[in-house]
Write a protein that binds this ligand. Structure first.
Ligand code: SIN
Length: 485
């Protein structure tokens, strides 16, 4: 049996606790839907709070042994996991398409991105570098080492069901932590497949426990209330992030939070408009706009706004929409009916405030949860749509006259994850990049995600960084040793 059939067929024993596939203690299951048809493709066990605590037990039982493993052993497991993912990339990608809907070529891209986190952290695992330095008075030495933070709870979203899991599993393994992965209930299959990959790569039992559940708040709450859990790494909305931070406060749990975004995409009058449109298409349409770093507000200089809007609308209109496995498809369905309805509501919100629809604007009349590429013009700088994280293929365009105004519109949000700017003037680009209140800025680029780069936000977009060496430090505690010798 191939990987896809196997993961689907064994979904009813889809909790992986201490290396043992098993059903939920109360037999509950999640119906996993194909968003391109709305029909059920699998029933996956839905963990209970009792299962969640058993998963923490398993992580606790494996913790000492795993923390004592050598950096090289951890690196080898990660390198092998990278290789397996690349060998199986088509199957793993098809699983993403089945449960999440994105177009197959994008799903293959996600698997390559996901696998790269394992390769990167295979390298980082053997670079657990501490410090030894002189105290200012010169009378003693300061030693600082990095140790595993402990049992980690990884809560991942549906939009990149593989990459967001490996982005957390990779550094947790490299750091020597054991963990419980709680994937989004819309997309548990990819997480289960990654569990298989890790087993095949030689990860000892209990180091990674996988707990799909549709009772997310109960199971996550139960684990955060368990004093053995020392780390929460969460990717999801700011709204849910706030609740989890409050819950994590009770046990003073170390938190890395990758939360929502409201990314501005600035196009200055000296930009190459063709390049800006190419970048805009990537920044807006990667993953159908269902990304926390998706361009959410197009802020375009008035002198080139018509030229940019016309070229961008033409490119958006040319996007081939359909089921993700169909050849040539670039935009698959949205994740679920709610997402489709929310997008429709946002278009209404914008048009009620005076915006005009250039293209798209309403759900496609076909089975599944399709929403077409949509461009909105005449959006005012304080229109309500601009306060929302769109999470879909809708692009509102606003105009500006001066650099100060562009920066002020861009920063007028509680979020601060990603920002993009296009300009032919490098000095201006760097000046504006520094002024933008954002954890990441793409200069003349529509994508910047890279496992080797620190990914994360400022303001209400999150705490901490994933990727790079920073991502491993998030799974470690720094210990200071004051020694006399
Ligand atoms: C996200 O949308 O949550 C992550 C996107 C990325 O890693 O590029």
């Amino acid at each position: 049996m191939g990987l896809i059939q196997d993961v689907i067929a064994t979904g009813a024993t889809g909790l992986v606790i201490g290396g043992e596939p098993q059903p939920a203690s109360d037999g509950a299951t999640i119906d996993v839907l194909d968003p391109s048809t709305g029909s059920t493709i699998a029933g996956v066990s839905s963990g209970s709070t009792e299962d969640a605590i058993r998963a923490v037990d398993a992580a606790a039982a494996a913790a000492e042994g795993w923390a004592a493993s050598t950096p090289r052993q951890r690196a080898d497991v990660l390198q092998r996991a990278f290789e397996i993912m690349i060998e199986r990339k088509d199957e793993l990608a098809e699983l993403i398409v089945l449960e999440m809907g994105k177009a197959f070529p994008e799903a293959v891209g996600e698997i390559a991105y996901a696998a790269e986190f394992f390769r990167w952290y295979s390298g980082e695992a053997v670079r657990n570098i501490g410090r030894l330095y002189d105290a200012p008075a010169g009378d003693k030495r300061i030693i600082a080492i990095h140790q595993p933070v402990g049992i980690s709870l990884l809560v991942t979203p549906w939009n990149f069901p593989s990459a967001m899991a490996t982005r957390k599993i990779g550094p947790a393994i490299a750091a020597g932590c054991t963990m419980v992965l709680k994937p989004a209930s819309d997309t548990p299959l990819s997480a289960l497949a990654i569990g298989r990959v890790m087993e095949e790569a030689g990860l000892p039992r209990g180091v990674l426990n996988v707990l799909p559940s549709r009772r997310s708040s109960e199971v996550v709450g139960a684990m955060l209330a368990d004093p053995r859990v020392r780390k929460l790494s969460f990717t999801g909305s700011t709204e849910v992030g706030r609740i989890l931070l409050r819950q994590a406060a009770d046990q003073v749990i170390n938190c890395s939070m990758e939360l929502g975004g409201n990314s501005p995409f600035l196009v200055f009058e000296d930009a190459d408009v063709d390049d800006a449109v190419t970048g805009a298409m990537i920044a807006k349409m990667r993953n159908g706009g269902q990304s926390c770093v998706a361009a959410n507000r197009f802020i375009v200089h008035a002198a080139i706004a018509d030229e940019f809007s016309a070229a961008f609308s033409a490119a958006m209109a040319g996007v081939h929409t359909g089921p993700g496995m169909e050849p040539g498809v670039e935009l698959g369905p949205m994740i679920n009916r709610q997402a489709q309805d929310d997008l429709h509501h946002l278009v209404d919100l914008a048009t009620d405030a005076g915006a005009t629809i250039e293209i798209g604007g309403a759900p496609l009349p076909r089975p599944g949860f399709f929403f077409p590429p949509t461009v909105l013009k005449g959006v005012g700088a304080s229109d309500p749509i601009l306060e929302h994280e769109i999470f879909g293929p809708i692009a509102p365009i606003i105009t500006f006259e001066t650099e100060e105004e562009a920066i002020s519109i861009a920063n007028d949000t509680h979020h601060g994850l990603a920002a993009y700017l296009y300009s032919g003037d490098l000095a201006k680009s760097l000046r504006v990049a520094e002024a933008l209140e954002s954890g990441m800025v793409g200069v003349n680029r529509g994508i910047m995600s890279d496992p080797a780069a620190p990914f994360g936000g400022v303001k209400q977009s999150g705490l901490g960084r994933e990727g790079a060496h920073d991502g491993m430090l998030e799974f470690q505690e720094t210990k200071y040793i004051a020694a006399d010798w």
